[in-house]
Design a protein around this ligand. Structure first.
Ligand SMILES: Nc1ncnc2c1ncn2[C@@H]1O[C@H](COP(=O)(O)OP(=O)(O)OP(=O)(O)O)[C@@H](O)[C@H]1O
Length: 875
């Protein structure tokens, strides 16, 4: 008891007033601490992902250093990684004791990365804003129960669960311990408050209207979660230091996200007709919606990818229907157009349309991007909205629109061509791959390894490739090569799961190299939805793929078995839609905490946000927090601007991408011009500008990439005219001049003439995989620059680069990537990668044979079971 009191005392810091106000409640919880309730505090209550505390994944919040700056940050936070076992509360106390004994009471750690990952428990790579390829349902029931590593959030909404289990899950998913700490409680105090809360829930008098009934399994899980959230905030308020209560209340009000329908009064004034086109892939649901859009006097298409927005834009314009294009990075306004093709985040909610199309609605449940679909669904001002996607979204969409007065009509579609699962694996493995096949792997490395091996094994065969890091335009070009393989020779497509959305491919057979994918934490089986989406690419209706149906198969029997069992299943219904705070909300929130850096604001907003948990979840703000952490030195940059910056699509796992991001932000904060070229000089995977690159160097650098050899190798495109070349040359000159001016130099260097840079290409084509990766990074850098330039149009930082110039550079970069893909010949390294993969796969399968329901072990491709042998012989 003495220990406990000492911990509490110390953790409360030096403030006597706070101590006074907190002593009473904590003496109660300290008593409770002797009667732990392990069921409610078992493994997983607190983040378990054990990572290096010094790594970027755990940004340390150092913005405010002492109690006089902010009482919210004065208490110590211990690393929750220690708190993983059964009795979180006792351990918390022990650790607090240890920490204070070490004098380590300034450890200020906020494991938001783990928290969110635990919360969503989904493959992060499956749906990032860089590569939103395939929907993994982060909520709802996953019936692939016979397979391990299934989504841990999965549970049938109708199956009652014990209150204890629900509570444990809620603690973990909502990171309740973290939330308690974010309002100023130390970790040990937070643990005690949680226990007191648990106790109060258990002893609550039964009420007919409450979904929480002591000792009774919970039936309505979403409602129960929502009730817990609500009660928890009320409960927590009691432990907030007295002088902080008004602030706490005001912050809670600013973070109230319970009524998103009311955010869009314009849409609420309309009585909209929502027509849901649902069905499997390749069922014509988008085709039908686009036909309605084409016939409408005005309208908008909202798609999940830049690639799709471009495709729809091209489709309309080639048919003579004027169409504007709006993506985060590009804007091509046609004054004649009444139709717009855009990415869903860019949907204009201020404009009225006759018809709108929202594609791939199931992404509404995505942990990162779901908010954009929620916003489009609730906020679009269109008389008729066609909502296309999976059947799993129907119940959620209906619930979201209840009470809006909108009419919801559901039209169901069937696949236009049958999809068959092959009875056996691919005969002769790599040698058995034929033109029209799409080989699916799950990393860029594997894609190139398979490309190399397939081309080696099958002389004369060429492989097109598609993976997430490729620019959309390059993916489209690779798709074109594959679709015209009789002329181009690119008979086989090797792709990651990025192939699952947005490309019209004449695939006859999809071959899975594996059905497991690393999700950033561990290897998981593909979800039903992801499997269907990829497999469904086979047998595309209307394209000549050489068969009346599509086929799906695998190289390995285990994978084929998974496909056989999983493909007929129905994806679980989505249970909630994503929400994300708007810049206005963050700004209002920030006004109450004027000294708090953006990272802290985002963390606190998440901690205090109130949502209707029956229908909504808060989108993952991990990446935004990471980016915000990188901007914390820019103290004079307005919070709103910082927030807009951190919403930009940046690969937070790439240090060079982060460096480019920070560099642009620094230039912005100082109101300094930053021509795009300054980011792109050779060797400037990191920003080069500001380190004394002069005109001579710049010109030399340009000459380096415009070598005769490169120009010869690239050959001007057939359509290239003298004027086109001159235009390019002018761009180059302008860029050089802009760079020179930015360096405060005059342009007097010899060589600054049109002739010198004609015919010119900005980038040399990649000749190796590393060079290709560099070009891909440059491409992402250009896109980031364009994205920010669009948000901060007219600002001095971006004014130095006209949009046309940026687009030209983008196209040039894509050109170099496209050419690179044609000339790269892989080394033996590829073989090594694949062999290693193969071995580890075999090893894994051997270690866990029973999980398949396959009784037997594997040797290479042979499965030693009667059943499997039959399968193989059937081939
Ligand atoms: N009525 C039709 N006439 C001609 N082609 C059609 C028709 N309906 C669909 N298609 C073609 O069939 C293919 C699949 O259609 P669509 O893209 O609408 O399917 P989907 O169900 O939206 O599938 P996915 O989500 O995979 O794109 C497209 O190439 C489309 O052009």
């Amino acid at each position: 008891m003495y220990c406990i009191c000492r911990c509490v005392h110390r953790s409360l810091g030096a403030s006597a007033a706070s101590l006074k106000s907190l002593r009473a409640p904590f003496s109660v919880t300290a008593t409770l601490a002797r009667k732990p309730s392990p069921q409610w505090a078992k493994e997983g209550d607190i983040d378990q992902d054990d990572a290096d505390p010094g790594s970027d994944r755990f940004p340390t919040r150092k913005g405010l250093k002492n109690a006089s700056e902010s009482p919210w940050s004065r208490n110590s936070r211990l690393r929750s990684k220690y708190l993983r076992d059964q009795d979180v509360y006792d351990q918390a106390l022990d650790l607090a004791e240890l920490a204070y004994a070490d004098g380590d009471n300034n450890t200020n750690t906020w494991p938001s990365d783990q928290r969110q990952r635990q919360r969503q428990r989904m493959p992060r790579s499956a749906f990032t804003h860089h590569d939103p390829a395939l929907a993994q349902v982060p909520n709802g029931h996953d019936p692939t129960l016979s397979f391990p590593n299934r989504n841990k959030r999965s549970r049938s909404p109708s199956r009652p669960i014990p209150l204890d289990d629900l509570f444990s899950e809620w603690l973990r998913l909502e990171n309740i311990a973290g939330k308690a700490q974010s309002v100023g409680l130390s970790q040990s105090d937070a643990a005690k408050v949680i226990r007191a809360f648990a106790s109060s829930i258990r002893s609550m008098p039964p009420s007919a209207s409450s979904p929480l009934k002591p000792k009774t399994p919970v039936r309505d899980v979403p409602a129960a979660r929502s009730t817990l959230n609500h009660l928890w905030l009320q409960f927590l308020a009691k432990y907030v230091p007295h002088d902080q209560k008004p602030l706490f209340t005001a912050l809670c009000e600013s973070a109230d996200l319970r009524h998103p329908k009311e955010w869009y009064p314009g849409a609420r004034l309309l009585r909209r007709q929502i027509i849901m086109h649902v069905g499997p892939t390749n069922s014509g649901k988008t085709h039908g919606a686009l036909a309605e859009l084409a016939a409408a006097p005005s309208g908008v298409y909202c798609g999940p990818l830049r690639l799709l927005a471009h495709e729809i834009h091209d489709r309309f314009t080639t048919r003579g229907i004027p169409c504007s294009l709006v993506t985060g990075e590009e804007r091509r306004e046609d004054p004649q157009a009444t139709i717009t093709a855009c990415t869903v985040e860019m949907a204009d909610l201020g404009r009225e349309y006759d018809v709108a199309v929202i594609d791939e609605i199931q992404v509404i449940g995505d942990a990162q991007r779901g908010w954009a679909w929620t916003q489009a669904l609730l906020g679009l001002r269109a008389k008729r909205i066609y909502v296309c996607g999976e059947e799993s979204a129907v119940p959620l969409v209906k619930r979201l629109l209840e009470g809006t007065g909108d009419e919801v009509i559901v039209k169901r579609f069937e696949r236009l061509t049958p999809l068959k699962v092959s009875p056996g694996v691919v005969k002769n493995k790599l040698a058995g791959v034929q033109p029209g096949d799409c080989v699916v792997a799950f990393s860029r490395k594997e894609v190139f390894a398979y490309k190399y091996l397939l081309e080696k094994e099958n002389p004369g065969l060429k492989c097109a490739v598609v993976y997430g890091a490729l620019p959309p335009e390059t993916r489209a070009e690779q798709a074109r090569l594959f679709n015209t393989h009789r002329e181009s020779g690119y008979g086989v497509m090797v792709a990651t799961d990025a192939v699952g959305m947005g490309l019209n491919l004449a695939i006859n057979r999809v071959i899975f190299t594996t059905t497991r994918k690393y999700d950033g934490v561990s290897e998981q089986y593909l979800s039903i939805s992801a499997l269907k989406q990829i497999a469904g690419r086979a047998g595309r209706y209307g394209l000549d793929h050489g068969s009346a149906h599509g086929t799906v198969t695998a190289f390995r029997p285990n994978d084929l078995r998974y496909i056989h069992e999983t493909l007929p299943l129905t994806p679980p219904d989505l249970t909630s839609a994503g929400l994300q705070p708007t810049p206005d909300m963050i700004e209002a929130f920030a006004q109450q905490l004027p000294h708090e850096p953006l990272t802290g604001l985002l963390e606190k907003f998440q901690a205090l946000a109130r949502l209707n948990g029956e229908m909504y979840f808060m989108c993952n703000l991990d990446d935004q927090c990471k980016l915000a952490d990188r901007l914390k030195h820019l103290k004079h940059m307005a919070i709103r601007d910082q927030y807009l910056f951190v919403l930009a699509p940046v690969n937070t796992r790439s240090e060079s991408a982060l460096a480019v991001f920070v560099h642009i932000a620094e230039m912005y904060a100082r109101d300094r011009a930053l021509p795009l070229m300054a980011l792109l000089l050779p060797g400037a995977a990191r920003p080069a500008v500001g380190v004394g690159v002069g005109v001579d160097k710049a010109l030399a650098a340009w000459r380096e990439v415009f070598t005769d050899e490169v120009v010869q190798a690239m050959r001007p495109p057939p359509k290239s005219t003298r004027e086109a070349k001159d235009e390019r040359a002018r761009h180059v000159l302008e860029l050089v001049v802009a760079l020179a001016q930015q360096q405060g130099e005059q342009v007097h260097a010899p060589g600054a003439t049109l002739d010198d840079v004609r015919p010119s290409h900005a980038f040399a084509p990649a000749r190796s995989r590393d060079q290709l990766a560099r070009l891909e990074a440059v491409h992402r850098g250009i896109l980031l620059y364009m994205w920010l330039a669009n948000r901060f149009e007219g600002h001095a930082t971006f004014a130095a680069t006209p949009r046309a110039q940026a687009e030209w550079l983008l196209r040039e970069c894509e050109r170099a990537i496209n050419l690179g893909l044609k000339v790269i010949t892989e080394s033996e390294q590829g073989h090594g990668v694949l062999r290693a993969m193969d071995q580890s796969q075999v090893e894994r399968d051997r270690r866990s044979p029973a999980k398949w329901g396959v009784a037997g072990s594997r040797r290479g491709d042979r499965v030693e079971t009667e059943e499997a042998r039959v399968v193989i012989e059937e081939v």
